[in-house]
Design a protein. Structure first.
Ligand SMILES: [Cu+2]
Length: 587
């Protein structure tokens, strides 16, 4: 399908840097309506952005140096996004409507124009006291402001800040309310990694769609479009740092790319291609969500998978390339993503309309003349964390959560996290059984929706193991606020859901920890996932176990799917971290 915009004609923008140390750790960031140019050939788009920009300024902080941000809400309504649900999944030619611009016969949603700009800021990956974490219901109306204190008592990492309003996060982030936040520290600096321009480049990747006028010309107006078959918005244009399919000129040197998937729903599997061949070996991954891995790793053989909110810290070696060399970054992941593999050698041909991937291009790198700079970075990177000890895991509090899709007539399906409590009774309805190596545990769902009773009260300083059981057909990136976690295991399951077995709360299903004969996924933990994570992909037919330990801050936090259309409907739950000594006084 010919792209309706010319790729690689805009230079990759670098977000404005806002270095906290230059402002005595005290920043003011305004949320404002702005006008933004997503592509050379597009009219200006109205956006909501931090400082009126897409993405917002990149805040840079130093470990151990607290940062305060006065978040000032100066947004003006209405929401600068047309929200629509197209009446059909595909048009008369059979092209899925989410692969093309415009409303595709959909009518503009009537409720979203009433959104005047309530907002709340969450620092994703921040070890932040609960009062400053951006609870989804504690909103700032336009004209209101709040000062949030960020201790920055955490290791160097690429974080991001974004809107988190209950029920409409998908629209506020889509409108532009997202920005990067880099924590730096001495341990990382001692490795001599590139820091700042030109060799450290953040790449914030999103997908966006735009409206068309009566003559079919793109208008620049942002469109959030879903369809009767697919409840997530998968937009056809890949936007990096606010530009559609940009190009970055690179010198013959090693670049450090700080990559984040900031899309609402789309998962990317990134493959760097030169002269038709994948060049995965040109890339070394040194960090993940919460900073450096213990050792540098190669790319997975299919490419780098990043679901919504996942980050990767990459070293890319352009040093031996002749000026004029061109390398294109492709995305080979179909949408909705279900973990299915795709060979990197086919990356240029990854376009797939049925997979809602009309244009697999993401961006391009072009080598320009410069003095070649060859450097070697150490393979051993971090020693400040290890895998949780078997003893700690064995004695940890265990929790089980089923990821479930509830089909509804006449409205979008509802995705929920069913928090499960073990029960003794053996009656067959309303129970979810998990059979592992002949041992069966019976559970009853005790919470499903955000406003249901809180059931998770982790003790500060104590390990917990959360078991995430995916009973849906898609991959869900599950994000836990506050401290990072480590992935303990990823194992195949087969399951049967009883007829009518998914009710509003209860679920009747049998899960067995063994491979379903029809299941093609390998269910392995990639080397680049063996770090400190805050978002983990849970694929279909899979149970993932994570080890968490909350440390410094007591309070009410959230965990949720980071597909924003899921989070908003209703794949999000609270948990309360508690100091142990308070438990004796809990009624
Ligand atoms: Cu989800």
């Amino acid at each position: 399908m010919a792209p309706p915009l010319t790729p690689f004609v805009d230079a990759l923008p670098l977000p404005q840097r806002l270095i906290a140390g230059q402002h005595h750790g005290s920043l003011v960031v305004r949320m404002r309506m702005g006008e933004h140019c997503f592509h050379r050939d597009l009219p200006l788009s109205k956006i909501w952005g931090y400082e009126g920009m897409v993405p917002g300024p990149t805040i840079e902080a130093e470990r151990g140096h607290p940062v305060t941000v006065e978040w000032q809400n100066e947004l003006e309504g209405p929401l600068p996004v047309v929200v629509t649900k197209a009446p059909t999944h595909a048009d008369a030619r059979g092209v899925p409507v989410q692969c093309v611009p415009g409303l595709s016969g959909g009518t503009a949603d009537r409720n979203t124009p009433a959104l005047t700009g309530h907002a709340v800021v969450h620092l994703h990956g921040g070890l932040t006291p609960a009062v400053y974490d951006g609870w989804a219901e504690n909103l700032l109306a336009p004209g209101q402001a709040a000062v949030f204190h960020y201790p920055m008592d955490q290791r160097a990492a690429l974080l991001w800040y974004h809107d988190h309003v209950m029920g409409i996060t998908r629209f506020d982030v889509y409108a532009g309310l997202a920005g990067l936040w880099i924590v730096r520290d001495q341990a990382e600096r001692e490795l001599g990694l590139p820091e700042g321009p030109p060799f450290e480049v953040p790449l914030l990747i999103q997908d966006r769609n735009f409206d068309i006028d009566e003559r079919g010309r793109l208008t620049g107006l942002l469109v959030h479009k879903t369809d009767p078959d697919v409840m997530e918005a998968f937009a056809p244009f890949t936007v990096v740092n606010g530009k559609v399919w940009p190009e970055l000129e690179v010198q013959p040197a090693i670049y450090r790319l700080r990559v984040i998937n900031a899309s609402n729903a789309r998962t990317y599997r990134l493959v760097l291609v030169r002269n038709g061949s994948p060049e995965l070996e040109r890339i070394t991954q040194i960090g993940t969500d919460h900073g450096l891995l213990r050792t540098a790793t190669r790319m997975p053989s299919d490419g780098l998978v990043l679901a919504s909110a996942e980050r990767a810290d990459l070293l890319v070696d352009f040093s031996e390339l002749a000026p004029g060399s061109v390398l294109t970054l492709f995305n080979t992941a179909k949408a909705p993503f279900d973990g299915a593999s795709f060979p990197a050698t086919q990356a240029e041909a990854a376009a797939d309309l049925a997979g809602l991937l009309p244009h697999p291009e993401a961006m391009r790198f072009r080598v320009v003349p410069g003095s070649a700079q060859r450097r070697v970075f150490p393979a051993a990177l971090a020693t400040d964390f290890g895998a949780p000890l078997p003893d700690e895991v064995a004695s940890a509090k265990r929790r089980a959560i089923a990821l479930v899709e509830l089909e509804l007539e006449g409205e979008p399906n509802m995705l929920t996290m069913r928090e499960l409590a073990p029960v003794e009774e053996s009656d067959a309805t309303g129970l979810l059984t998990v059979t592992d190596d002949g041992m069966t545990t019976r559970y009853r769902a005790v919470a499903a929706h955000f406003e249901d009773v809180t059931t998770f009260f982790p003790m500060l300083g104590e390990y917990e193991v959360w078991q995430l059981i995916n009973l849906t057909g898609d991959t869900h990136p599950i994000h836990v606020h506050l401290d990072p976690f480590q992935i303990l295991s990823r194992r195949p399951i087969r399951y049967e859901i009883a007829r009518g077995g998914i009710e509003d709360l209860l679920i009747t299903a049998a899960v067995t920890l063994e491979r379903d004969p029809a299941d093609q996924l390998d269910h392995r933990i990639d080397d680049n996932e063996r770090g400190l994570k805050d978002t983990v992909r849970v694929n279909p037919n899979e149970v993932v176990e994570i080890a968490l330990r909350f440390t410094n801050y007591s309070g009410r936090y959230m965990y949720h799917c980071h597909i924003l259309e899921h989070e908003d409907r209703d794949m999000m739950r609270p948990f309360v971290t508690m100091p142990t000594e308070l438990m004796a006084f809990m009624a």
